[in-house]
Structures are given as structure tokens and as C-alpha cells.
Design a protein around this ligand. Sequence first.
Ligand SMILES: Cc1cc2nc3c(=O)[nH]c(=O)nc-3n(C[C@H](O)[C@H](O)[C@H](O)COP(=O)(O)O)c2cc1C
Length: 210
Amino acid sequence: MKFVYGCIVVTMLLCSSSALAGVSLPAPQQAGGMGLFEALKKRSSATGGDFSLAEVTREELSTILWAASGLNRGDKGWTVPMWRGVPPYCRVYVAANDGIFLYDWKNHSLEKISNENIKGKIGKQSFVKKAYYVLIFVSDAEILSQFNSTDITRDFSHAAVGAMTQNVYLACAALQIGTRYIHAINVDEIVRALELPQGDIPIALMLLGK
Ligand SMILES: Cc1cc2nc3c(=O)[nH]c(=O)nc-3n(C[C@H](O)[C@H](O)[C@H](O)COP(=O)(O)O)c2cc1C
């Protein structure tokens, strides 16, 4: 009997850990599509009423995450500028219907960190929950600690998130996906749900939807 219970417990543990394991992403689109100047002409914020929970595909999410902070030149060059080429000091999380994922730019993959749907809790505006995906941009205190100045860490992380989110705007324009930058966020809820280490600061959301 003890053996049977042991087997059940081990199976349950294996199931729950695989549910939170890494999730591969399809290759991002890196050629073709809308030209840069047309995307610049079309860049805009979707309004709250534009988000309808229609699916954004894994392919589209993959391309948007790559645009936000993916590698574009070997293992030390990114789609966004980073001070002296140090690794991205802002992380991107994805809040989805089936949980929360951390974007791993090294492997261009997602790591599931929670099964919770937090879309309805992290923004102060009710339409945030209607986005199919919500990207969450968070400064990384560990990497930023090398600057030894709170002013610099704040300025650099905001510069990084500005570049990342503008890339998201342009990728979304090219893919014809609605997006919107959101500053009105529930910081405490994000810190709790993402189990952020001390010093990591949620900066903004980008809504993705059709
Ligand atoms: C720093 C910043 C903070 C913003 N915060 C919010 C926000 O909390 N909620 C919101 O609905 N839109 C927010 N926006 C989106 C702006 O309202 C939007 O960009 C603006 O209306 C201009 O529209 P456009 O992006 O289509 O040019 C923010 C934009 C920026 C740049």
C-alpha cells in the first residue's frame, strides 16, 4: 500500500513540475512582412474597446517577444540597445489565460512560473483583462546593482523598457495586432504573482490583442 501511495505522490510531483516547465516558441519572423517605414506610419495604441480576447498565435507572440528583447547578432547583440552591451537588465513576462511565463531571450523560449491567470488583477483599467496576452516589463535589480546608483538604475531600466515597448509597437503594427503601453499598474499584485526578488521593479505593461 505504501508503495502505491509513493507512486501516486511521485506521479503528482512529476505532473505538476512538467506543467511549469519550459515552453518552446516557434522561430520568430525575421524577414519579409511590412516594411519598417510603413510600420512606423501605422504605429499607434489600440483603444480599450479594441481588445476582444481573439487569439494571438504562438508565432505572433514569438515574433513580438523577439522584437522586445531577442538576440539579433550572435550571443551578445539584442534588438534593443543595452548599456555597454551588458545582458538585458529588464525582463519580459507574459500573462496568459493559462498562467504566467518568463521570456528567456538566451534560448528564445518561455518558462512557466505559475498557473494563475492574473490579467484581471495587474492593471488599473478594466480592459487590461481583455487582452489575449499582457506583457509585463520588470527591471532586474541583480544586473542593475553594478551601476551603484538608484538614479542610473531607474534611468537605464526606463530607457530599456522604452526601447523594448517601441519595438513591440512596431512589431504589432507589422503583424496587425493591437497593443497599448500601460503605466497604470498594480505593482503589489505583480510583485506577488511573479514572486519578484527584492529590488526588481515592475515598470509597464503592453497589451496584445485583436
Ligand atoms: C509613459 C506612458 C504611459 C502610458 N500609460 C497608459 C496607461 O496607464 N493607460 C492607458 O490606457 N494608456 C497609457 N499610455 C498610452 C498613451 O495614452 C497613448 O500612447 C497615447 O494616447 C498616444 O496614442 P498613440 O500611442 O496611439 O500615439 C501610456 C503611454 C505612455 C508613453
